[in-house]
Design a protein around this ligand. Structure first.
Ligand code: THU
Length: 155
């Protein structure tokens, strides 16, 4: 038998350590939480996607009385960005989440379905998508979606 281990490299940074464009993307994700429709979870998630032409597209979680019909913030932002800009690569995504007490100390990470959706975009444009996960304590930075989804499923 042979084993192999796959690791995921995460940088933790303070908000101040980020450059202006990184901070701008995170602020856009924070602001996007305001549009969240989340009466069932009371958990507001905002996502901001940066495209290669530098524009920022945002989204937020949209819930439904029939729970599985809802959509995460990441896919709302990603699909809108791809729908409006079908030939423009996505370079980065920032995610911020808050509950009744405000933004969370520890960053949340995208769910498996969102990772798979983001991976499709990364592969489609052959462009790594940097991930910024905002927490009030620190920001996690990951260099690509593939890093977040090892042993990826592709056709
Ligand atoms: N949610 C997101 O929007 N993104 C994530 O990365 C995790 C979870 C949403 C789905 C649901 O509306 C609420 O957060 C609670 O799970």
């Amino acid at each position: 038998m042979k084993d192999f281990t796959i690791s995921c490299h995460v940088s933790t940074l303070s908000f101040e350590e980020l450059n202006d464009k990184e901070r701008e993307l995170i602020v856009a994700a924070q602001n996007a939480t305001k549009g969240s429709y989340s009466p069932y979870s009371n958990f507001s998630v905002g996502a901001a996607v940066r495209l290669s032409d530098d524009q920022i597209v945002t989204g937020n979680n949209q819930e439904n009385a029939s729970y599985p019909c809802g959509l995460c913030a990441e896919r709302t932002a990603l699909f809108y960005a791809n729908a409006q800009n079908p030939t423009t690569p996505v370079c980065a995504i920032a995610i911020a989440a808050k509950n009744a007490d405000g933004f969370l100390e520890k960053p949340i990470t995208p769910c498996g379905a969102c990772r798979q959706a983001l991976l499709e975009t990364e592969n489609r444009f052959q462009t790594k998508i940097k991930v910024y996960l905002y927490g009030t304590e620190s920001v996690y930075r990951v260099d690509s979606i593939a890093e977040l989804l090892p042993l990826q499923f592709v056709l």
